[in-house]
Design a protein around this ligand. Structure first.
Ligand code: UGA
Length: 446
């Protein structure tokens, strides 16, 4: 099929490449010339495991190209809208500027006919009600005689696993218009996803509002699960109990499950934090704010973890951060990503610096992005460089490189063997045996 993908960020670039991998003829469109240039040269504009190889593979087929010119979408039968919906400055609500602009720019190029309408597919995470509004907007802006339908098909990919999640997702969700239009839209989406559907990927078909809500409900549930275990960590800390053993034990109950029960510094990134806030804001507009007040606690628990990490650092530095040499391992909001949006690691690093610490940050992939956003922080080119002469080492993003650190070798390079494990990623016994003071969130002091 001929497909256009509007917006080539984390979601769109991966989606475009994966659609080409599935055999479609794809044009990716973005307003950012640098991104388009990089992608056109077969290079990923951000770090995502597997994406460079995929881009190289599909570049050879001639089925994938990128442009800044929306007119090039005109030949496509299916148009995926993959632009960002960040948090509005100073508010909880989502900023829909990019989604609105994408639809406004695309609609005049839609060339469907009554027999073969084209399909606009929203993938961005939006407040419930947006799809219905955009469906009307598309009709208003269609060229005379044009025929287009709209579907909402939320995306559940995780950064770090984006290619795998797009090619073999857990499920597809289609939010469809009523009646014949819905059947036509479904048939087009089924054709796009014929390969994964053929492999047995579950499909839920529903209305616009439910599809929009599925996405924010899923992210709210994940955020709640993380904050639940972090709330348990707060209690564990008070009584010297072990939140990791607790998570293992409750996780054996299949109804609870062990995944997303990793206590530590909490969630960050471009999705979970802003999605729960936008959901609360939307619930307020709909007059059902009470239904989601618990998400305020989820957010508060999450933000408290960052504060606790700063306090713990002060505690192990004998009550003062002033002039302490602090090595921070990790800047990305999670491993296998160079994304630093709302990164808990950088938020802690910045607070420690504000409070007088001499902070040096190292991350295997995110230093460039972090240095651009936080020019006041000092960055190192390796873990060794970051920890040299450190009074305390903080592990704040659990990259494999940090899990593999040798406590004996690292111990030779620091001024004081103090390690704070913000992600419960290391084995306390091994580090303590090598002479380290090991502390973690929600774990016994040792
Ligand atoms: C999240 C969802 O997991 C995806 O399903 C969704 O598609 C995506 O948002 C989105 O809306 O686009 P992502 O932001 O890539 O994906 O990252 P996650 O793997 O969910 O991790 C989010 C944060 O939670 C990270 O900072 C991670 O360190 C933290 N986390 C995760 C924990 O603190 N504990 C855990 O047990 C799991």
């Amino acid at each position: 099929m001929r497909i256009s993908v509007i917006g080539c960020g984390y979601l769109g670039a991966v989606h475009a490449a994966c659609m080409a991998e599935l055999g479609h003829d794809v044009v990716g469109i973005d307003v950012d010339e640098r991104k388009v240039e990089l992608l056109s040269a077969g290079k990923a504009p951000f770090y995502e495991p597997g994406l460079p190889e995929l881009l190289e593979r599909v570049a050879g087929t001639g089925r994938l190209r990128f442009t800044t010119d929306m007119a090039e979408a005109a030949d496509a039968q299916v148009h995926f809208v993959c632009v960002g919906t960040p948090q509005r400055k100073g508010e909880y609500a989502a900023d829909l500027t990019y989604v609105d602009a994408a639809v406004d720019a695309l609609a005049p190029h839609l060339r469907g006919t009554a027999d073969a309408p084209v399909l606009v597919v929203g993938k961005s995470t939006v407040p419930v009600g947006t799809a219905a509004r955009l469906a009307d907007r598309v009709q208003e802006l269609l060229p005379e005689g044009g025929h287009a339908l709209l579907a909402w098909n939320p995306e559940f990919l995780r950064e770090g696993f984006a290619v795998q999640d797009t090619l073999t997702p857990d499920r597809f969700v289609y939010g469809l218009p009523d009646g014949d239009a819905g059947a036509t839209a479904k048939a087009l989406l089924d054709e796009v996803y014929a390969t994964p559907l053929g492999a047995g990927t579950p499909l839920v078909t529903t209305d616009y509002a439910t599809a929009e809500l599925v996405k924010v409900a899923a992210n709210s549930f994940l955020a709640t699960k993380i904050s639940f275990i972090n709330a348990m960590a707060e209690v564990c800390e008070k009584v010297n109990a072990d939140v990791v053993a607790l998570a293992d034990a409750i996780g054996h109950d299949a109804r609870i499950g062990r995944r997303f029960l990793n206590a530590g510094l909490g969630f960050g990134g471009g999705c979970l934090p802003k999605d729960i806030r936008a959901f609360m804001a939307r619930a307020g507009e709909l007059g059902v704010d009470q239904a989601l007040t618990f998400l305020r606690d989820v957010d508060d628990i999450n933000m408290r973890r960052r504060q606790r990490m700063v306090e713990l650092t002060r505690e192990v530095c004998e009550g003062s951060l002033l002039g302490r040499r602090i090595a921070v391992l990790g800047a990305a909001f999670k491993p296998n990503s160079d994304d630093i949006r709302d990164s808990p690691a950088l938020s802690v690093a910045a607070q420690l610096r504000l409070q007088g610490g001499h902070v040096t940050v190292y991350d295997p992939q995110a230093v460039e992005n972090a240095a651009r956003a936080w020019p006041d922080l000092r960055f190192a080119a390796s873990a060794d460089e970051a920890v040299a002469g450190a009074d305390v080492v903080l592990l704040l993003t659990e990259w494999q490189e940090f899990r593999d650190l040798d406590p004996v070798a690292l111990g030779e390079q620091v001024a004081h063997r103090r390690l704070l494990d913000g992600r419960n990623a290391l084995d306390p016994a091994t580090w303590r045996a090598a002479g380290w003071t090991y502390r973690a969130l929600g774990r016994p002091r040792g």
